[in-house]
Write a protein that binds this ligand. Sequence first.
Ligand code: TNX
Length: 767
Amino acid sequence: MIKLKTFLTYIIILLTTACQTKEPRAVAIIPEPLQVAMSETGAFEFSASTPVIVEDSSMLPAISLLGEICQIDFQTSWKVKDAAAQPAFIFAYDHQLDSLSNEGYVLNITDETVSIKAAGPQGLFYAVETIRQLLPADIKSTQNELSLPAGTITDRPRFEWRGMHLDVSRHFMPKEFIKKYIDYLAMHKLNVFHWHLVDGIGWRIEIKSHPELTDIGAWRKVKPDLMPWQEFEVWREGDKEEKYGGFYTQEEVREIVAYAAERFITVVPEIELPGHSEVVFQCYPHLTCKDASGNYIKGSGVYCASNPKGYQLLEEVLDEILQLFPSEYIHIGGDEVNKTNWNNCPDCQKMMRRKGYDAYELQSHFINHFDTYLKNKGRRLIGWHEIMEGELSPTATVMYWGAESGAADCLKEGHPTVLTTGSHLYFDHYQSLSPQEPKAFGGYAPLKKVYDYEPVPAGVEQKHLEQLLGVQANIWTEYMPNEKHVEYMLFPRIAALSEIAWQAPNTKNWLHFRQKMNQMLKHYEAMDINYAYSALRPSVQIELLREQKQLKVSLTTELDADIYYTTDGSEPNPENATLYEQPFLLNESATIKTIATKDEQVTGKTEIKEAILHKAAGATVTLHSAPEGKYASSGAATLTDTQFGGDKWGNGKWLGILNKDFEASIELSEAQAISSLKLSCIEENGAGIFYPASVEVFVSDNGKDYQPVGVWENSVRYQPPWSSTVNNTHIPVNFETVKTQFIKVKAKYPKLKEMGVFLFIDEIVVE
Ligand code: TNX
């Protein structure tokens, strides 16, 4: 029997094909080219003996890529103008194609030739990356019988800056992996590798004039049970603790920069200043501020802004950086500068008074110093958007990492800008809500959210839009100890990034992308890339049908997969479970267990979700304690909608009540016998979110006069150290069966002197 989903996929393919009259043969190229016109028939067949005709040695990067992809050492002939030998690959420059920019190309495939034309070598290289995707992913299995479908592809990128960042400070990544990373970027037609070489807990690049920076600063003490940034200390010769770290020698850096250049990738190095520099001060304590008694102030990770020695060290560092990196842009960090030290340092205070600065302007003084320094050396400064605080030099370029809603205002400041929008392009954030995801930074950026991101904000004048250089995604490695983990966070989201960065505006199409990803995942597999299964994990949506008192259950995966489920508590597998074809209804509570398969392979562990149809489901609730705006979810209705927020309190499904007791009353549609109320709560004490101190339940005959029926008291003492573990429970209040229509629940918050306290609640379960 043909599966409904497969059938629908056919229909989609037919429709897509029918709409694109010029594209009778579907091809799956990511990022989507500007124009694809495949012929109905015809193919170029080739082998190791097929000649490759080139004009000059500047074409070699494209040729060697072609050889690598096809796993063939092609015989290259030079400037054979008549191209008598056919079939042949013919690479040629065509300056008429300037309008496609240096990076665009025209790829024309016929039975006789593959003609690859571009205005420059970079375009030729990208044409070959497109060829990669016209060939089978598992090239070895083709046994050298290779063929390319006939047709013409004309292409050029949307943005000139198509970047991918990697933080190697929090966790060090070896040189060989950096090269792989560069290959991954090139494969997705990205052209900037932003290498975050310095941060508070590790200096990762050899500086010959200051060897301490890596002799000491590249190594830290491993402290069991602590995150690397907690109580950070460098490791020194003789220390007994285990050490962690690593750095790149200048020779290795040169090798990487050259490797990237052969793949048309500019390496933009980042040397953090004036903040995020704790490690520097463990090497050179005298570069921090001194307090009024002349003691160095520890802890804020910021250079003393009135000490010329700090500027001098950084200039000497930058002098070496400029020798190693030909990039026009040099990234100087500039984010999250803690200004407390400056406000407590008599010398910085004096300087601020003398110049009439506040702390923000002092920061600008620091940044602008290096803007001038770099400008005098023929380069440009780029920094995180906080450098705009104070009075930033107009020549500085900004890298924006705030939420999508702030991007327009950032552009209106008038600086050249790269958008690394934190709400969408932070690949250290979670890719799915499944408890199977490894620990990540708090945010949520699943594949489709990344894909749907449109970098050009509405309401920005053309003159400011012209300053938008492009887009970039960032990988911060606090929670990524090794390369495999970085790959997990990078893939498949890098594919979505490449479409945002390259594809012509307003032509994105999620269904088309979803279909193309089937082929791209095969490429990732053939390359042994540890891509995340997040987009192939079933997610369970439960909708309460209030009238019918039923639950409607829908199962989805972001990318194309088959989903199997059970509702009787048994473990699902493709043999015993039901193949999901359409939403189904539940008349009572059930445990829904799901798995997905892709190409017959199960894509992860079982996902389990409780569907709870309780007596207050859909009942009217009045919330007597207002939630905080950011954590208001759907207001009172959240509490009886049978939706559970899961283990991420910031996902918009939880109500967050700050520094007050929680109180809500429920009116059932008619009087019912009840004997328990469970308050579904989440805690993360380190984030100020606690379970209540007590929960009390009341009932009433008239909705006005309430009698207490049961209470639950928390036996835990609220005491630091506060854990950053997230727990999620249903706090039970059991009582003698009572028939009632009106229920009230009060939850007291624990009052703590040292911090604000949140209660997070998502459902009141009445049974
Ligand atoms: C903010 S984005 C930071 C990084 C962290 C990151 C974690 C930016 C310029 N600074 O230091 O690693 O958040 O998401």
